[in-house]
Design a protein around this ligand. Structure first.
Ligand code: NAP
Length: 247
C-alpha cells in the first residue's frame, strides 16, 4: 500500500475543487484552503463576479462554471479540470439549494429542484472526481450536508431528505472508494450571512447550546481536517452546529 494513503495529507500538496465556492460557506472554505497552501479551484454557476473575486483572493485560483443540475455539465466540469489542472486530490461538495415548502403543497418540481443539486449532483461529482483522483493515486472527498440531514424540520422535508441522503451517500461511497479515496461529511448548523436572518434563524440560534450562530470559518476548519486526515478516517460525519443536533 502506498505511503500516501496512510500519512496525513499536506494541504499544500493538494489540488482541491470547491463547488459553489464563490460566496458564503464555499468562499470561506476556499480561502481557508488557499491560506494553507492548497491549489484551489473555484466552481460557480450564476455568481461569476463573486467567483472571480474569491479566486483572486485565493491567489489567482482557476474558476469553472457548471450548472450541477445537469450530469452532462458535471462530466464536462471534471474533464475540464483534468485538462486544465492535470490532477484532482480533493473535492468539497458544497453547492446546494434550500427552499421552504409545505409538504402538503410541494410539487414534483419543488422536489426535483432540491434533489437535482443537493443529492444527484453530489453523487455524480463524487463519481467523476473519484475517476480523476484514481489517475494520480487517490484523494479526499468532503460532502457538506446539514443539521437538517440529522434533525427533522417540518417545512423542509424535501431538503432534510436530500441532506440525509448526502450523509448516507458519504458512508456508502466511503466503502466503495476505499482505500485510496476517503469520503467524509461536515454538517453545518446555523451559519447566517446577514441577508437571510429571519425569525426562524433567531429561534435556532436561541436553541443552540453554544449560545450563538456559527461561521463559515468554523465549517472550513472541519473540511480542512478531513482533507488532511489519513485514509483511516472515512465515512464520518462531523456536525459543526454548536451542539444543536444533540438537543
Ligand atoms: N448557511 C447555513 O446556515 C447552512 C446550514 C446547513 C447546511 N448548509 C450547507 O452548507 C453549504 C453551503 O451553504 P451556503 O448557505 O453557503 O449555500 P448557498 O449560498 O445557499 O449555496 C452555495 C452555492 O451553491 C451553488 N449552487 C446552487 N445551485 C446550483 C446549481 N444548479 N449548479 C451549480 N451550483 C449551484 C450556488 O452557486 P452560484 O451562486 O454560483 O450559482 C451557491 O452560491 C450547502 O451545502 C448548504 O446546504 C448551510
Amino acid at each position: 500500500m502506498r505511503v500516501m494513503m496512510l500519512s496525513m495529507q499536506s494541504l499544500s500538496a493538494q489540488t482541491v475543487l470547491v463547488t459553489g465556492g464563490a460566496k458564503r460557506i464555499g468562499r470561506a472554505i476556499a480561502l481557508r484552503l488557499a491560506r494553507e497552501g492548497a491549489r484551489v479551484a473555484i466552481h460557480y454557476n450564476e455568481s461569476e463576479a463573486e467567483a472571480r473575486r474569491t479566486a483572486e483572493e485565493c491567489g489567482g485560483a482557476p474558476v469553472f462554471r457548471a450548472n450541477l443540475e445537469s450530469v452532462d455539465e458535471i462530466r464536462n466540469l471534471f474533464t475540464d479540470i483534468g485538462t486544465r489542472l492535470g490532477r484532482l486530490d480533493g473535492l468539497v461538495n458544497n453547492a446546494a439549494r434550500f427552499t421552504l415548502v409545505d409538504p402538503l403543497e410541494a410539487t414534483e418540481k419543488d422536489w426535483d429542484f432540491i434533489h437535482s443539486v443537493n443529492l444527484k449532483a453530489v453523487f455524480f461529482c463524487c463519481q467523476q472526481a473519484a475517476i480523476l483522483m484514481r489517475r494520480t493515486g487517490g484523494g479526499r472527498i468532503v460532502n457538506i450536508s446539514s443539521l437538517g440531514g440529522i434533525r427533522p424540520w417540518a417545512h423542509h422535508a424535501h431538503y432534510c431528505a436530500s441532506k440525509a441522503g448526502v450523509i448516507m451517500l458519504t458512508r456508502a461511497l466511503a466503502k466503495s472508494f476505499a482505500p485510496d479515496i476517503t469520503v467524509n461529511s461536515v454538517a453545518p448548523g446555523v451559519i447566517p450571512f446577514g441577508a437571510d436572518d429571519d425569525e426562524r434563524v433567531e429561534r435556532l440560534v436561541a436553541a443552540t447550546p453554544a449560545g450563538r450562530a456559527g461561521t463559515g470559518d468554523e465549517i472550513a476548519d472541519a473540511v480542512a481536517y478531513f482533507l488532511g486526515a489519513t485514509n483511516f478516517v472515512t465515512g464520518q460525519l462531523i456536525a459543526v452546529d454548536g451542539g444543536l443536533s444533540q438537543r
